[in-house]
Design a protein around this ligand. Structure first.
Ligand SMILES: C[S@@+](CC[C@H](N)C(=O)[O-])C[C@H]1O[C@@H](n2cnc3c(N)ncnc32)[C@H](O)[C@@H]1O
Length: 275
């Protein structure tokens, strides 16, 4: 286990990371979606590219496809790797991969009983990170990339970074969103009353994801730490107006102004190796 962490620390040195930047930029300039608002931008894309290059998983499971930019990036980074792409709303795709297997069923409901040992799962779906760690553990998957690993000042769900800060996420939604949730709840109760064959599990899951408050007791984070072998928050390329780790570079030469604009987006994207 110790040797494993030692190897990973070496793989994630700033020097090694920076040596891959040029290759990455050559790929990224060909991205199919130039405006990926609401999805990954250059900082996150470089992190995904680098982590995949170093780990070379035989299978990548992507949860949170949106327009398909990261699907494209995974494919370009590891052309031989198998790909399963999950999104509860696949209609938003602008890039559709020919080789990926798509699914609109949540990650936790899949049959992953026969997947390669070094499978990696990339979560960009805004679902509670603690739930995702438990599910990943259940499937015996060891490698995770978490997008949007925000601190207690940001984000719209419970992240692992917030847990480390002892922050219990409280989800504040709009009035109309609460009204919609209320009617979904009423509908579910009504179905329960009129049919004893109705199974409410899926509807409860939808409601749980609409109000994403989370609670834990003192020292709960020890349980999570106990499951994690390696935790690496990928730094931003250059300094930005957020509290982050030391950036990878002092300055960067990017020929395109679009790319320059992307530099300010950063969300503490994190690679985790489970024990
Ligand atoms: C931030 S976007 C993903 C961006 C994408 N990875 C990219 O940068 O190209 C989040 C996506 O998660 C999807 N989503 C929400 N809940 C989900 C769930 N339970 N499982 C999978 N996808 C989900 C949303 O429909 C949305 O398309």
């Amino acid at each position: 286990m110790k040797r494993n962490t030692f190897d990973l620390n070496a793989k994630f040195s700033y020097k090694k990371i920076n040596s891959e930047l040029k290759n990455f930029l050559n790929i990224y300039k060909k991205r199919p979606i130039k405006n990926n608002d609401g999805g990954c931008r250059i900082n996150h894309a470089f992190a995904i590219y680098y982590i995949l290059k170093k780990l070379k998983p035989k299978l990548v499971i992507e949860s949170g496809v949106y327009k398909g930019q990261t699907t494209w990036l995974i494919e370009k980074t590891l052309p031989k790797t198998k790909l399963i792409c999950i999104d509860i709303n696949l209609s938003q795709r602008k890039y559709v991969s020919k080789k990926a297997k798509y699914s609109n069923i949540d990650f936790k409901f899949h049959d992953f009983s026969k997947i390669p040992l070094n499978t990696l799962v990339f979560f960009d779906d805004h679902v509670n990170h603690l739930d995702r760690i438990k599910e990943t553990n259940f499937f015996k998957i060891k490698n995770i990339i978490f997008e949007d690993n925000y601190n207690n000042k940001d984000g719209d769900f419970q992240t692992i970074k917030q847990l480390y800060e002892n922050h219990k996420f409280i989800h504040n939604e709009s009035f109309f969103s609460y009204i919609k949730t209320f009617f979904l709840f009423l509908k579910m109760i009504f179905k329960k009353i009129i049919s004893n064959k109705y199974n409410a599990f899926k509807d409860l899951d939808i409601i749980k994801n609409r109000i994403r408050d989370f609670y834990f007791y003192k020292n709960y984070k020890n349980n999570i730490k106990n499951n994690i072998n390696f935790y690496f928050e990928f730094p931003p390329l250059v300094k930005i107006k957020m509290k982050t780790k030391k950036p990878l570079l002092k300055k960067i030469n990017l020929r395109s102004s679009e790319l320059f604009q992307e530099l300010k987006f950063y969300n503490y994207i994190t690679f985790i190796k489970l024990k």
